[in-house]
Ligand binder design. Structure first.
Ligand SMILES: Nc1ncnc2c1ncn2[C@@H]1O[C@H](COP(=O)(O)OP(=O)(O)OP(=O)(O)O)[C@@H](O)[C@H]1O
Ligand SMILES: [Mg+2]
Length: 224
């Protein structure tokens, strides 16, 4: 899949004031590279991810998903199976254990054949020993790794993460980004936001926002 972001503009109204959260952003996201949306607080990163995910609508512009589809298939027929999102607030279900949270996408779609068993994901994210705990009984970093593992459960062609390593120490930033990069290199689109230099230095591509405008788009040449 390729994600085509065309001339996106988004404004928020705050009383008499209008904030332009995104200002004519055009961007093509390709499979096979880990892209980081960088930029200071308030620059529009979350807004960009939310519009690509369909959580927010743009005032102008469009997001298109292009993929090599079987003849006759509807290119607009994206479902939650195709797109996974790691929100900044994680949105784990606290009535379910860590294992059950990660398994959730597969429980919602028993016909899904794609993806890695939850147990393997838990091990890879170094939370295997926490499988039977409830998220509230684990640390912030562990909860965040649970949410990233859940997003990968169905091996989504498009993975979006809003600062998905914000609660990790340096070692775990490398762990999580290594896994997300692996997912990109398997032929998927991965876009995450961050203003952390450690994260930016591990990206294949960095798109930088400032006041809602795309001010730079660089391939970093990080080696595989
Ligand atoms: N629901 C909203 N209502 C009004 N203004 C909003 C809303 N959401 C975002 N904004 C404004 O839009 C701009 C972009 O916000 P956004 O959350 O996309 O920034 P960000 O780059 O994700 O910042 P951070 O790094 O702090 O998460 C900011 O000026 C913000 O105050
Ligand atoms: Mg944000």
């Amino acid at each position: 899949m390729t994600v085509v972001v065309e001339n996106l503009t988004k404004r928020f109204r705050r009383g008499a004031e209008t904030v332009t959260a995104l200002d004519d952003v055009t961007l093509v996201l390709n499979p096979g590279e880990l892209t980081v949306a960088a930029g200071p607080s308030g620059s529009g990163k979350t807004t960009l991810l939310s519009i690509i995910a369909g959580f927010e609508t743009a005032d102008a512009g469009a997001v298109r998903f292009e993929s090599p589809l079987p003849v006759g298939a509807d290119p607009l027929a994206m479902t939650w199976r195709d797109l996974a999102f790691v929100p900044q607030a994680l949105a784990l279900l606290d009535e379910l254990t860590v294992r059950e949270n990660v398994e959730m996408p597969a429980l919602l779609d028993p016909s899904a054949l794609r993806g890695e068993p939850a147990e393997e994901l838990l091990e890879r994210f170094e939370i295997g020993h926490l499988a039977d705990r409830y998220p509230s009984m684990t640390s912030g970093g562990e909860q965040q790794r649970t949410a990233v593992a859940r997003a990968l459960r169905l091996h989504p062609p498009l993975l979006l993460g809003d600062e998905p390593t914000g609660h990790q120490d340096r070692g775990r930033i490398d762990l999580v980004l290594g896994i997300l990069r692996g997912h990109a290199y398997a032929g998927n689109v991965v876009l995450i936001s961050s203003h952390d230099e450690a994260v930016i230095s591990m990206a294949d591509r960095v798109v930088t926002l400032a006041d809602g405008r795309l001010v730079s788009d660089k391939r970093t040449g990080v080696s595989r």
